[in-house]
Design a protein around this ligand. Sequence first.
Ligand code: NAI
Ligand code: MG
Length: 351
Amino acid sequence: MKIAVLPGDGIGPEIVAQALKVLKALNLKLDLKEAPIGGAGYDAEGDPLPDSTLKLAQESDAVLLGAVGGWQYDTLPRDKRPERGLLRIRKELNLFANLRPALLYDELADASTLKPEVVSGLDIMIVRELTGDIYFGQPRGISTLPNGEREGINTMRYTESEIRRIGHVAFNIAMKRNKKVCSVDKANVLETTELWRQVMIEVAKEYPEVELSHMYVDNAAMQLVRAPKQFDVMVTGNIFGDILSDEASMLTGSIGMLPSASLDANNKGMYEPSHGSAPDIAGKDIANPLATILSVAMMLRYTFNDEANAVRIENAVKKTLSQGYRTGDIYTEGCKRVKCSEMGDAVTAAL
Ligand code: NAI
Ligand code: MG
């Protein structure tokens, strides 16, 4: 298992260290190589994605990433900023499928802002297309019209093959879950998403066991807070997925719990927590490492096809939570407040 380890900035190195503790405890044959990205890349080589880091990522089966960003880099030109390193590596590795689970652990049911009966047992997988749509379509830009008024343009576009490949990812995942896919579009007004709907219907014919439904994005936003448990797998384009995945992740109430995977066509992937570098708590050993630890579970599941060890890690996290261990962000009265490194130790022990 060739894994590129890119800790990044802020709390990145702290949480990645805990994830590696857990991974190493599984006694797998690992080839781990570390490299700088983001601000760490800028500090080391003046580039948020140094060539040597990109090369390492390209030669590895999977990338484990912490987070990038930090106040000290805010005044840099746009192409030197840490976040640019992240956008570039996703693009260079052609990671078109972004998987974001919104899963509520029973032990944390009181962390959600929604009523327990609405969210308890929540388990949604959002599959977001990551390399197309209005974020990349041409033409784009701000120009000045002949009358002197400024005009902004972005172009929503998807090809049939781009829709088809993300469709297959969603249906394959649904086959291993509750066999329900909800495709989210705005087919009533946007032709691009009318095509999206047509192609999803075609893809669905190859998966007769999976039930496909369609929902307009505005309704989907509403249903996610009204009755989120109706969803199993949701599949959608880049911009709708950006917004809905943030909305869905907050149903669980704690950013420190949410992993993510971004996959290419061969299930090579980059795995990272959904949160950022948390500069306000960096260097204090108090960040929640569980999102990163759960990202390692996703890595084993999706890149290395090792469902058994993925489940072992997830069960160890559940056990740790039921034993009452909590970092500050998920702490409630009566629980055991622990540091980031102690949480890593507790999960390793549970494993
Ligand atoms: P953030 O996710 O870093 O932090 C938001 C809030 O959540 C903060 O109060 C932070 O302390 C808390 N938090 C985040 N992760 C936590 C954890 N594991 N345990 C406990 N608390 C946690 O988002 P923010 O503040 O908007 O951005 C900070 C920096 O991170 C910026 O430079 C931003 O560009 C970057 N960023 C990087 C991302 C990435 O690497 N994928 C994603 C989002 C932001
Ligand atoms: Mg976003």
